[in-house]
Design a binder for this molecule. Structure first.
Ligand code: AMP
Ligand code: TRP
Length: 337
């Protein structure tokens, strides 16, 4: 088993990132016991350049994100943890894979449609190629599983197609690249905005009040859940007609490590949504407090973060260089080796 996932160093990481992705990175790292198993996690700074940004802010956010991941439990001795821009093979493989990627497929990507519609000045070619770079991230390591939230499903399906098309076109009967599977959690793959529960929680687009950040303090967490939008009934159950309440039940289920049905059963005597909100706030405070407490010390030491990322990049490069040599050979590109 080889796990790979990437996370953008943009904005502040929120509860959706934590529940949908970050905690599964840590869980993946715990599952790689057997020799040959490896979990690889990457902060994707190259992806962050596809929309307008400030270079100095990107560096700050990169350290913020690195510190959050380490505070959440990523252990650089038990996984490969690095920055995308340090490993040049990602950009090269992106270019090479673009030859087996259909323009029409890229045009159909939901994220491209949403993000390009949101740009006022420039829709960059980078935004269009974003999913090819993402495919390169994963395929460079011949990863077999990719833990992500629901919004990345289409990108993972595309990278499977790219791997298959590459092998069919250039593999000469060999599986040069590996088509990975996604690992999307059953509960918590799409955490919704607390103020607009029909929309997913996100850094951009979401309302400030409706986005709960990993680093929010307990008082802020209580306030945001107290004000969370529910509905005019008084019935604690899941359902498509009750997006706000469903979201709260799912979040609490994740915090407690139980099923949503068990959460509903445990609240059978609740007096109303107030009890549900108080329980979710308590659960989330318990979930995030250790992360917040570890974060400050980690974030303060940028030299340490650089050291960790640098060592990760060395390990990542060794694997990616090996794949790139095979890809170049298969494609007839570069010197004969
Ligand atoms: P990003 O910060 O966009 O790089 O996202 C990092 C990870 O968080 C990806 O695997 C996303 O699928 C996941 N993610 C983002 N938003 C949410 C959400 N609202 N609920 C669950 N997972 C999410
Ligand atoms: N596009 C992903 C997101 O927005 C981030 C990402 C980049 C990624 N490369 C990846 C996720 C490779 C999984 C695997 O969340």
């Amino acid at each position: 088993m080889r796990i790979f996932s990437g996370i953008q160093p943009t904005g502040r990481k929120h509860l959706g990132n934590y529940i949908g992705a970050i905690r599964h990175y840590v869980e993946g790292q715990e599952r790689t016991h057997t020799a040959g198993d490896l979990a690889i996690y990457c902060i994707v700074d190259l992806h962050a350049t596809t929309v307008p940004y400030e270079p100095a802010v990107l560096r700050e956010r990169l350290y913020d994100t690195a510190a959050i991941l380490l505070a959440s439990g990523l252990d650089p001795d038990r996984c490969v943890f690095f920055r995308q821009g340090d490993v040049l093979e990602h950009a090269e493989l992106c270019w090479l894979l673009s030859s087996v990627t259909a323009h029409g497929d890229l045009n159909r990507m939901h994220q491209f449609k949403e993000k390009s519609a949101a740009q006022r000045e420039l829709v960059s070619a980078g935004l269009f190629l974003y999913p090819v770079l993402q495919a390169a991230d994963v395929l460079a390591y011949r990863a077999t599983e990719v833990p992500v939230g629901e919004d990345q499903r289409q990108h993972i399906e595309l990278m499977r197609d790219i791997a298959d098309r590459f092998n069919a076109r250039f593999g000469a009967g060999r599986e040069v690249l590996v088509a990975p599977g996604h690992r999307i959690p059953e509960i918590g793959a799409k955490i919704m905005d607390l103020q607009e529960p029909a929309k997913k929680m996100s850094t951009t687009g979401g309302s400030g009040e409706g986005t709960l950040y990993v680093l929010d303090d307990p008082a802020t967490i209580e306030k945001k859940f107290k004000r969370a939008v529910t509905d005019s009934e008084n019935e604690i159950r899941r359902g498509p007609d009750k997006p706000g309440v469903t979201n709260l039940i799912d979040i609490l289920a994740v915090c407690r490590g139980v099923t949503p049905d068990e959460v509903v059963a445990s609240l059978a005597d609740a007096r109303g949504y107030g009890d549900l909100k108080a329980a979710v706030a308590a659960g989330v405070i318990e979930l995030l407090t250790p992360v917040r407490e570890r974060y400050e010390a980690l974030r303060a030491d940028e030299a340490h973060l650089e050291g960790v990322l640098g060592r990760g990049a060395d390990r990542a490069s060794a694997i990616a260089a090996d794949t790139l040599a095979d890809v170049r050979r298969a494609m007839g590109v570069g010197p004969v080796v």
